[in-house]
Design a protein around this ligand. Structure first.
Ligand code: SF4
Ligand code: SF4
Ligand code: FES
Length: 805
């Protein structure tokens, strides 16, 4: 805790922590010190010299952004001398800055405009022509740079170096010729590129998706929550005439002194927006009238048809013949209604889980995301936070790079971390590695470091030397659950703070679990009196013809479920499937009734982040055509049509809030009977290579696959091979191959060599509609297949996000 000192700013006495930057101390009394390069979450750089202030007793003006206060200082942020210095800086900047304001995207929210008004003169004293620099430099798939507008504050470069640690951006050349460029002239390839546009104090960096679309004063900002992944970033959604134009991170309410790696947004949340107005968006309820034929229905007819068919199935075949899958992409309120409706029909068959995960709520072993700030050891088990929880991953990177935490990954595919980490391959069995290391820790064995030691020794030594441990897990594997529980309890017994963060597979997986979209849990995690079928149980029942009606809300099991053979057989045999969706996804195409829904920007509600925080969604846009409704409206109508007593709106809000109460999660164990599943070890297919489905942030069959502006960012079907494996197979980057086993084939894969997969393995992108990885699997165990060359020769592989090894 820093000592509190007293300084005088502009004649006002101010108390503040010793060592605080003057620019921050001045804010305490509402005095703004102008700045370009300073940003509270970046290290001070002292580059632009706009923040001049005067310190009593010092002959020259000083920089407010990198001078720290000591007791008794007297500082002027307002004086003739300070003003003269700032005027000179603005004059220098305007010497070559173009007169672009009328056509500049930053116009209206540009600090150079503001400072030119406050400190600039009307006429330039220079008679020289302004220097010309390129005005539309393509930095990569997302960003355009106007070199003339750049004031060389290097906020963009510093963000890329200090927050993402990716080092894509650099400064090049010298003096007036200095420009912002990319390392090696490669495209700026980052999941976080859009943050630099926001950080840019002028209009030098612009987003390709927002250039020339709107002005700051004609968009309406709405504070809401991103629902593209479980992180649940707060963001502003800016709309013009009710059409979404852009999203921005929540810098207006975020604590500027909070974790520097928090409060940004990633490019999925920022650039995957134009699907809202995509012409492929579903507009009317539809009923199948033939193999590929659909007929539009009025909402009243569609609701009657669905309600009657669900009720008929329950009456004739028993309530057990009805099931529901979904919730991970719904609001809390919608998940609550969905389980209420299905349980009201008498069926306990419901589940939000689509990836064979056990849970998303870590319960009494939970760590909070901010625990990363104190962690000395971070162990990621199975999951891939780079791809599945990007902004959370920035905090992991920060903990490692700035706080010196050790990062360990247990799994068979290395994440694309641009930072140092230790990788422990597990051969699909992380549990054994964790168990043995934990027992080593329990026994307190002395394990001196030696060459060729088993990985368990290395891991045990790391655990014994750690002060605080955070485990990041994907919630998959009963054995992993038991091993992680034992590990965390062991560390807690040894007074080493430890906990678990679960990265779910859907944005509101945690909310769905809390709301009771679970076969063994009622809302608020209460045990259900009669456990129903989970997703796999429902699919197995469907495959043998026992499931007669399936309600799928905002889920795409045909693409996402790892056991592709099972889900395909199941979906073919259910006589009545009704799906609520924005687009004709792989699952919607196979349904019998499809109901169009509003997006997360078009509805209100609440969601639970992976950190357990309840956040609000607010309406920021309206559908531009058709008659989509919210899942909430649809479920209310279905409940009414089926005569099921539904809560009213006010009751629903209260019920959902009560079910998400944090204290209800505390007693949950990872090994609670509600989560345990039988061990699943069988192998799918035969072949030379073990196939790994590699998650990629921009994959998926819904909003990202139906967004023209997002299209350049989408990954192409790829076959990731270790360079040694590629050499053995006589394959090179750019060759086109197929991957086959007895169950199916994935075609059109472009070879990309990378050390993220081991020799003997091949990585294919998970949940990519063009090349669905699950066609090769008929179990949840390892998948084996053979690779076959289709075409020799270099093709363009889209490696967006696949930086590093
Ligand atoms: S592009 Fe923008 S953020 Fe980057 S140095 Fe130039 S003015 Fe600063
Ligand atoms: S990290 Fe997740 S929640 Fe945050 S902006 Fe990206 S996709 Fe959205
Ligand atoms: S804000 Fe202080 S030098 Fe740029």
């Amino acid at each position: 805790m820093a000592k509190i000192v007293t300084v005088t700013i502009d004649g006002v006495k101010v108390e503040a922590p010793e060592g605080e930057l003057m620019i921050e101390t001045a804010k305490r009394i509402g005095h703004h010190v102008p700045n370009f390069c300073y940003y509270p979450k970046l290290e001070p750089a002292g580059l632009c010299r706009m923040c001049l202030i005067r310190i009593e007793g010092q002959p020259k003006l000083q920089l407010g952004c990198n001078t720290r206060i000591t007791d008794g200082m007297a500082i002027d942020t307002i004086s003739d001398a300070v003003e003269t210095g700032r005027r000179a800086q603005v004059e220098f900047l305007l010497l070559n800055h173009p007169l672009d304001c009328p056509v500049c995207d930053k116009g209206g929210e540009c600090v150079l405009q503001d400072y030119a008004m406050a400190y600039g003169d009307v006429a330039s004293r220079s008679g020289m022509p302004k220097m010309n620099k390129p005005k539309a430099v393509d930095l990569g798939p997302t960003i355009v740079l106007d070199e003339q507008r750049c004031v060389l504050c290097q906020r963009c470069v510093r963000f890329d170096n200090e927050i993402t640690w990716e080092r894509n951006l650099v400064t090049a050349a010298r003096g007036v010729y200095t420009i912002i460029a990319t390392e090696g002239d490669e495209p700026y390839d980052s999941y976080f590129s859009g943050n630099t546009v926001e950080l840019c104090p002028v209009g030098a960096l612009t987003s390709k998706t927002y250039r020339f679309k709107a002005r700051p004063w004609d968009v309406k900002p709405t504070l809401t929550t991103c629902t593209q992944c479980p992180v649940g970033c707060s963001m502003f959604a800016d709309s013009r005439f009710d059409v979404l134009q852009r999203t921005r991170y929540d810098h207006e309410t975020a604590d500027p002194h909070g974790d520097p790696a928090g409060d940004w947004i990633c490019d999925r949340g920022r650039y995957n927006l134009s699907y809202h107005t995509d012409e492929r968006r579903l507009s009317m309820p539809m009923v199948r009238s033939g193999e590929d034929q659909w007929v539009d229905l009025a909402w009243s007819d569609a609701v009657d048809l669905v309600a009657k068919t669900l009720q008929d199935a329950a009456e004739h075949f028993g309530p057990q013949s009805v099931g529901a899958i979904g919730g991970g992409r719904l609001t809390n309120e919608e998940s609550y209604l969905l389980q209420h409706l299905v349980r009201g029909l008498g069926s306990p068959n419901l589940d939000y889980r689509l990836h064979d995960e056990l849970m998303t709520t870590p319960g009494r072993l939970a760590a909070r995301v901010h625990d990363l700030d104190d962690a000395s050891l971070i162990i990621e088990v199975g999951t891939n936070s780079v791809e599945l929880a990007p902004v959370f991953d920035l905090r992991v990177r920060y903990a490692v790079q700035r706080r010196g935490a050790t990062l360990v990954h247990l799994g068979d595919v290395k994440p694309n971390w641009p930072i140092h980490f230790r990788h422990f391959p597990t051969g699909g069995d992380a549990a054994s590695l964790l168990q043995e290391a934990t027992e080593n820790v329990r026994r307190g064995e002395d394990l001196p470091k030696r060459a060729g030691e088993p990985p368990t020794h290395a891991l045990a030594r790391l655990l014994r030397g750690a002060e605080r441990v955070v485990v990041i897990w994907d919630g998959r594997g009963t054995a992993e659950a038991a091993a992680i529980e034992r590990l965390v309890e062991t560390l807690r017994d040894a007074d080493k703070g430890a906990g678990v963060v679960i990265v779910g597979y859907a944005a509101n997986a945690r909310g769905a679990e809390a709301m009771g979209m679970h076969p063994a849990l009622l809302p608020g995690y209460r045990p259900a009196p009669q456990a129903g079928l989970d997703t796999e149980g429902m699919l197995r029942a469907a495959a043998r013809g026992a499931l007669k009606a399936l309600l799928i809300c905002g889920a795409n099991p045909l693409l996402a479920y790892p056991n592709g053979a099972l889900v395909r057989a199941a979906i073919e045999r259910v006589p009545f499937i009704v799906t609520t969706e924005l687009f004709m996804t792989q699952t919607a195409v196979k349904s019998h009734v499809v109901l169009p829904v509003k997006s997360s920007f078009e509805k209100a509600g609440s969601t639970v982040t992976m950190d357990g925080e309840v956040k609000k969604l607010a309406v920021s846009a309206t559908p531009q055509g058709g008659e989509p409704l919210t899942d909430r409206e649809i479920l209310f109508m279905l409940g009414d049509a089926m005569g099921i007593a539904m809560p009213n709106e006010a009751e629903l809000e209260d019920l959902a809030a009560a079910a998400a109460a944090p204290e209800l999660q505390q007693p949950l164990r990872l090994t609670a009977s509600a989560f345990v599943r039988p061990a699943r070890q069988s192998v799918s297919g035969e072949g030379d290579l073990t196939v790994h489905a590699v998650p990629r942030l921009y994959a998926g069959g819904g909003t990202s696959a139906h967004d023209i502006e997002f299209e350049p960012l989408r990954p192409h079907p790829s076959a990731y091979l270790h360079p040694d494996e590629a050499a053995r197979l006589e394959l090179e980057d750019g060759d086109v191959v197929s991957l086959r086993n007895a169950l199916g084939s994935i075609d059109g894969l472009t070879v990309a060599t990378t050390k993220m997969v081991a020799v003997g393995s091949i990585g294919v992108i998970a949940e990519l509609p063009e090349a669905p990885a699950n066609v090769l699997a008929d179990s949840f165990g390892a998948v084996r297949a053979n690779v076959a060359l289709v075409r020799k020769g270099r093709q363009t592989a889209n490696l967006a996000g696949a930086h590093g090894e």
